[in-house]
Every structure is written in structure tokens, then in C-alpha cells.
Design a protein around this ligand. Structure first.
Ligand code: HH2
Length: 263
């Protein structure tokens, strides 16, 4: 992941400048990233939303450079139709939407025409308040049911099912126990028959186990990522690419014939 934000929870401000963002993207590519996911709005718990024009102002120069220099596919983390349109015109291949395409059907049909892939993520509530009192019946079943209907809506509006990735949305309106249950039973999300992405990197439910601030959660993040791969995750969204590449390659070599993707 490449956060071009001033306020992301662990790397805010580091890559807000386009040249620094390009250097980091090339470094991640060199370290073994399969996809670069660029985000211009922090969605950490408590974050204030930003408007589309500010998101575009942050993204445009970065995407322009990345498009020219990066070899791996580019993804953009956004929920806004205007931003989706701009980044598709810049040649971005993947839209990562933490609201699972809550946009209009018209926007979804436009995504289908551009033949982009989409990441549909579950969240409960919005970043500003989502950690106040998350509630579920059975968190795994509730998340699975939500994703199933988001996939159905995307397909009904023309998105090719082969271009859809699902994501249970670790940390988005979930207590630590909810996150543990989703990780323990991640196969249930995989049973939707689509690739699963897990975004675990440095998140607070890992910090609650290990202690330490976000920059000191690498080992805990690797443990959670290793569980996710064993439970069927196809993609990991990470800050620390080199360490995850090595971890995923070892698990894949020993347990699976195909390789997990590092984003
Ligand atoms: N997590 C974050 C942002 N986008 N997208 C998907 N699909 N899955 C995730 O788990 C996910 C995501 C939050 O992490 P980060 O980008 O590190 O922080 P911030 O939102 O503060 O920029």
C-alpha cells in the first residue's frame, strides 16, 4: 500500500510528495509487491473524510508518475465516483472500495465498461465512528452475507465476476474479538468462490496483543498474515513488502502450488 495522505495511522505524511511516493512505489516493486494500492484518504478509526477534489489533488501527480514508471498493476483506494472516473482515465487497473461499491448503479456500470477489477470490502459504519460500538449476530456470517449481496449487485450491473476480490475489512467497525473470529474462520469468506484480500498490516487488534505502537507491529502482522494465507487469503495488503514477500513465498512453497499476492 502507498498512502499519499498527511494522516494515515502509521505512514501518514511520508509519501505525500509525488517524488517520494514514486521512490516508495519502485522500492515496493523491487521488494516483491505484485500490485501497488494508492490511497489518498485515511480511513483509520476517527479519521475525518476528505472531499473528492482534495483526493484528486493528492492522487493525480502521483498516478501520473507511477503510470509511467511502475510495471505492476495499480489500484486506487477510494469510495467516490468522481475519483474512480479520474483514476480509470489515468489507466488504473483496480478500484479498491472500502464501501463495497455503495455508489450508484450508473457508476458500477461505468466501472464495468472500463473493465477494471474491484475490491469489495465490508465495513460497519464510517471511519469517524465505526469503532464506538460494533455489533453483529455472528460476525463471520454477517460479513459473508453482506459481501455476497455486494458481489451480486456488482455482477447485476455488469462487472465480470472474474474481476471481483472480496475483503472482510479487518478493523472496520469490528472489535478485537470480531477480527479474531474473521481470521480464524476466513475460509467462510473464501467459500464465496472469489479471491480474498486481507488487510491486517499494523492494525490495532494486533497491537492489543503485542503492545507497541504501529511501527513496532511487524512480527505480529506477519503472524496474522501467515494465518490468513493458510486460511485461503490470496492477497495481503501490507506496509512491509520485503518481509511479507518472504513469508508468503515460504508458505506457498511448502503448502500450496500458487503464490499469494502482496499489495
Ligand atoms: N485498510 C485500510 C485502508 N484500506 N482497503 C482494503 N481493501 N482492506 C483494508 O483492510 C484496508 C483498506 C486502513 O489501513 P491503512 O491504509 O494503513 O491506513 P489509513 O486508512 O489510515 O490510510
Amino acid at each position: 500500500m502507498l498512502n499519499v495522505t498527511p494522516d494515515s495511522f502509521s505512514d501518514g505524511g511520508l509519501y505525500a510528495d509525488a517524488a517520494a511516493a514514486l521512490d516508495r512505489a519502485l522500492e515496493m516493486e523491487h521488494e516483491g509487491a505484485d500490485i501497488i494500492d494508492v490511497g489518498a484518504e485515511s480511513t483509520r478509526p476517527g479519521a475525518d473524510p476528505v472531499c473528492a477534489s482534495e483526493e484528486i489533488r493528492r492522487l493525480k501527480p502521483v498516478l501520473h508518475l507511477l503510470r509511467k514508471k511502475c510495471r505492476v498493476p495499480l489500484s486506487v483506494d477510494t469510495t467516490k465516483s468522481e475519483v474512480m472516473q479520474l483514476v480509470m482515465d489515468e489507466g488504473v487497473e483496480i478500484i479498491n472500495d472500502i464501501s463495497a461499491l455503495s455508489c450508484t448503479a450508473k457508476t458500477i456500470r461505468r466501472l464495468a465498461r472500463y473493465k477494471v477489477s474491484v475490491i469489495l470490502m465490508h465495513k460497519q459504519g464510517d471511519p469517524k465512528t465505526m469503532q464506538k460500538a460494533p455489533r453483529y449476530g455472528d460476525v463471520v456470517e454477517d460479513v459473508r452475507t453482506f459481501l455476497k449481496s455486494a458481489v451480486r449487485r456488482a455482477v447485476d450491473n455488469g462487472i465480470d465476476a472474474r474481476r471481483i476480490i472480496v475483503d472482510p475489512g479487518f478493523g472496520f467497525g469490528k472489535t478485537a474479538e470480531h477480527n479474531h473470529a474473521l481470521l480464524r474462520r476466513l475460509e467462510a469468506i473464501g467459500s464465496l468462490g472469489l479471491p480474498v484480500l486481507a488487510g491486517l498490516s499494523r492494525k490495532s487488534f494486533i497491537g492489543l496483543i503485542t503492545g507497541g505502537d504501529p511501527l513496532k507491529r511487524l512480527e505480529g502482522t506477519l503472524a496474522a498474515g501467515a494465518i490468513a494465507i493458510q486460511k485461503g487469503a490470496h492477497l495481503l495488503r501490507v506496509h512491509d513488502v520485503r518481509a511479507h514477500r518472504q513469508m508468503a513465498d515460504v508458505i506457498d512453497k511448502i503448502l500450496f502450488s500458487s503464490s499469494a499476492r502482496i499489495v
